[in-house]
Design a binder for this molecule. Structure first.
Ligand code: NDP
Length: 399
C-alpha cells in the first residue's frame, strides 16, 4: 500500500482545511460537514472555477483567509461580493495553485478533471494531508504523482467511496491481500437496450440511480468509464496489478467495495449512498466524526443484488484496463480524451455512444511513451485533447 501513514490524531486546535473545488458536489458536501463542526475545523482557502456567487456565499459563512476563482472573468464579481469581509480574493489558475500551497493541515482536492492536477500536486509537495476526490489527476499523472507523495511524506486519503471503503479495510502487511473488488451501481443504463443508449440525452445520462454527483462523473458512471478510472486509481493507490482489481455490479450501492484476503476472508465497508460519509472519514482521519448521513437499515433494504459487468454494453472498462496495462502515457491519454468527449456530449455535440468511440480512436492514434516528468503529462494531455477534439468534430458533423 503506498498511502503513507502519518502519526498523530486530531489535536485540540481546529484542523485547518483548504477546499479546492468548494462549489462542486464534493466541495459543498465538505463545507456542509465543516459548518456542522466549527470546533473541529477552520477554513484556510476556498477555490472555484467561475461560480463567484456561491463561492462568495461560502466565504461569507466560513471566513477563509482567501477565496480564489480560476476563471479571471469571475474576479470582479467575487471581489465586489466579498468587499468589507476581510477575505482576500484572487483569480487565475496560478492563484488556485497558490491557495493549495497555503499552510493548511488538510486539502480537499475536489476540482473536476485534470485541471486539478497542478493544485493537487502543490498540496502533496508540501506534505499535507490530501483528501483525494479528483481521480482524474491520479489517473493522468499516476506514478509521478505518487513519487511526489512519497518524497514529501504527504498522506493521500481517498474520498471516492470505493477507494475510501478499501482504505478502511485494507491491510496488506506480508502480501495478504489477494484481490480488490470495486462495486459499481451500473449507472442509469445498466439494463438499457443499445438503441436507448445510442439516443440517450445528457439529462438521462446524468440521472444517476443512487448517487447525486457533478455532471462529469455522472456521465462517466453512465458509460462506466468512471469505474475504469477507478480501476486505475485503485491499482495505483493500493499497489495492485490490474489483474487483481475486479468490478462487481451492485445496484443498491450499499457495499462500497471489498478486499479479499489470501485466507478467503472478504472485508467490506457498507453504508447508505451518501458522499458525506467518506468525506467525513477523510476530514476527521485518523479519528471519526458525526455525520447527518442516513443510517443503514439492512432489514428495510431486504436484499442486496450482484452481477458481473457486461463488457459489450460498457466497453469503457476494457479500454481503461488496456490503458492501465500499457502504462506510460496511455492513462493520461484515456483521461484527457474522455474529458473532451464527455464535454462534447454534455454540450449536445455528440451522442452518448460516441464518448467511448472518441476515447478508443484517440488511444488508437497515439504511440504510448514513458512519462518522465509532470511536464510530459501536461504535453500528452494537450496532445490527447487535440486528437479528441478533431475526433468529436468529425462525429459532430457526421449525418
Ligand atoms: P463538480 O462538477 O460538481 O464540481 C467541480 C468543482 O471544480 C467546482 O467547484 C468547479 O468550480 C471546480 N472547477 C471546475 N473546473 C475547474 C478549473 N478548470 N479550475 C479550477 N476549478 C475548477 O464535480 P464533483 O464535485 O462531482 O467532482 C469533483 C471530483 O470528485 C471529480 O474528480 C470526481 O470524479 C470526484 N468524485 C466526485 C464524487 C461526487 O459524489 N460528486 C464522488 C467521487 C469522486 P465551478 O463551480 O465554479 O465550476
Amino acid at each position: 500500500m503506498v498511502v503513507a501513514e502519518v502519526p498523530g490524531s486530531a489535536t485540540a486546535a481546529p484542523r485547518s482545511v483548504t477546499v479546492l473545488g468548494s462549489t462542486g458536489s464534493v466541495g459543498t458536501q465538505t463545507l456542509d460537514l465543516i459548518a456542522r463542526a466549527p470546533e473541529r475545523f477552520r477554513v484556510e482557502a476556498l477555490t472555484a472555477n467561475s461560480n463567484a456567487s456561491l463561492l462568495a456565499e461560502q466565504a461569507r459563512a466560513l471566513r477563509p483567509a482567501v477565496a480564489v476563482v480560476a476563471d479571471e472573468r469571475a474576479y470582479r464579481p467575487l471581489k465586489e461580493a466579498l468587499a468589507g469581509t476581510g477575505v482576500a480574493v484572487a483569480a487565475g489558475a496560478d492563484a488556485v495553485v497558490e491557495a493549495a500551497r497555503r499552510p493548511s493541515d488538510l486539502v480537499m482536492a475536489a476540482i473536476v478533471g485534470a485541471a486539478g492536477l497542478p493544485s493537487t500536486v502543490a498540496a502533496a509537495e508540501r506534505g499535507a494531508l490530501v483528501a483525494f476526490a479528483n481521480k482524474e489527476c491520479l489517473v493522468s499523472a499516476g506514478p509521478l504523482m505518487l513519487d511526489v507523495v512519497r518524497a514529501s511524506g504527504a498522506t493521500l486519503l481517498p474520498v471516492d467511496s470505493e477507494h475510501n471503503a478499501i482504505y478502511q479495510v485494507f491491510d496488506d502487511a506480508a502480501g495478504r491481500v489477494e484481490r480488490l473488488i470495486l462495486t459499481a451501481s451500473g449507472g442509469p443504463f445498466r439494463t438499457a437496450d443499445p438503441a436507448a443508449m445510442a439516443a440517450a440525452t445528457p439529462a438521462e445520462a446524468v440521472a444517476h440511480p443512487t448517487w447525486t454527483m457533478g455532471a462529469k462523473i455522472s456521465v462517466d458512471s453512465a458509460t462506466m468509464m468512471n469505474k475504469g478510472l477507478e480501476i486505475i486509481e485503485a491499482s495505483l493507490l493500493f499497489d495492485m496489478p490490474e489483474s487483481r482489481v475486479d468490478v462487481l455490479i451492485h445496484p443498491q450501492s450499499v457495499i462500497h467495495s471489498l478486499v479479499e484476503y489470501t485466507d478467503g476472508s472478504v472485508l467490506a465497508q457498507l453504508g447508505t449512498p451518501d458522499m458525506r460519509t467518506p468525506i467525513a472519514y477523510t476530514l476527521a482521519w485518523p479519528e471519526r466524526m458525526v455525520t447527518p448521513s442516513a443510517r443503514l437499515d439492512l432489514a428495510a433494504i431486504g436484499r442486496l443484488d450482484f452481477e458481473r459487468p457486461d463488457p459489450r454494453r460498457f466497453p469503457a472498462l476494457d479500454l481503461a484496463r488496456a490503458a492501465l496495462k500499457a502504462g506510460g502515457s496511455a492513462p493520461t491519454l484515456l483521461n484527457a480524451a474522455n474529458e473532451v468527449a464527455v464535454g462534447a456530449f454534455l454540450a449536445g455535440r455528440i451522442g452518448f455512444l460516441d464518448i467511448v468511440r472518441v476515447v478508443e480512436e484517440t488511444l488508437g492514434r497515439h504511440d504510448v511513451r514513458p512519462l518522465a516528468s509532470l511536464d510530459d503529462v501536461y504535453a500528452v494531455d494537450a496532445e490527447a485533447r487535440a486528437l479528441a477534439d478533431a475526433c468529436t468534430a468529425r462525429l459532430a458533423e457526421a449525418p
